[in-house]
Design a protein around this ligand. Structure first.
Ligand SMILES: [Mg+2]
Length: 231
């Protein structure tokens, strides 16, 4: 792949396993809110009940769906208001919950190959990140290998919409076919980037057998395999 001039990466489940860090962050948030609230307001609060309220909030306000931080805040406000909190108390508690979740959510554990692969690639290519999540890459040690990280919360639409890919191409000053995008999500990463003519690597981290053809130029099961593809 000689004509590749820059690489863009998805973050969650591409550079690190996300699900566990999210669950830990949800626990930390709930524990923090239990410390701050009257006990009656947290009765029945768990991941299922939180998600049920979140679903309702997103259905009512689809325009905020791409901004997970705003969705979380609005969900917590709704929860506390439903339990008798005044608007301003509900807002205060929601801010605390969001803060704690966000802080814990940044404690991700990169996959074993992530650091050494990025270290090698960053010597040859500018690297950028494009995420639909709220990981703050540039505040993490891994951020040192990247030029920038685009988060969907700062854009009108998340991947697979072209808007973030287009912004990355513009900032990297390259054509679509000079960019290689690496990600685990077939729709968001592979199909989204492919539509613009960006070349793609599907990171099949869990070695799933795909149900349909995945229209990626390459498929890998660990990041290190990128080094061979780019030889
Ligand atoms: Mg992902």
């Amino acid at each position: 792949m000689k004509s590749i001039r820059a690489l863009t990466f998805d973050l969650d489940n591409t550079l690190w396993e996300t699900d566990l860090s999210i669950l830990k962050a949800e626990d930390a948030m709930a524990a923090h809110l239990r410390r701050l609230s009257p006990p009656a307001w947290m009765v029945g609060f768990n991941l299922d009940t939180f998600r049920a309220v979140r679903k309702q909030v997103v259905e009512e306000q689809p325009a905020i769906a791409h901004n997970l931080t705003v969705v979380r805040r609005e969900t917590l406000i709704r929860w506390f208001e439903n339990h008798g909190a005044t608007k301003s108390i509900a807002e205060e508690l929601a801010s605390e919950g969001v803060r704690m979740f966000y802080e814990e959510r940044q404690k991700v554990e990169p996959y074993p190959d992530t650091v050494e692969t990025l270290e090698v690639l960053a010597k040859t290519y500018p690297l950028a990140a494009i995420t639909n999540g709220n990981a703050d890459l540039m505040a993490m040690p891994l951020g040192q290998y990247f030029q920038f990280s685009l988060q969907s919360q700062n854009f009108p639409k998340p991947k697979p919409d072209p808007v973030m890919f287009e912004e990355a191409l513009k900032r990297l000053a390259i054509q679509p076919n000079e960019c290689l995008h690496i990600g685990d999500d077939v729709e968001h990463d592979v199909i989204g980037a492919n539509r613009l003519g960006i070349r793609t690597v599907w990171f099949n981290a869990r070695a799933h057998v795909p149900e349909n053809d995945v229209p990626a130029d390459h498929t890998i099961t660990n990041l290190k395999q990128l080094l061979n593809i780019l030889k």
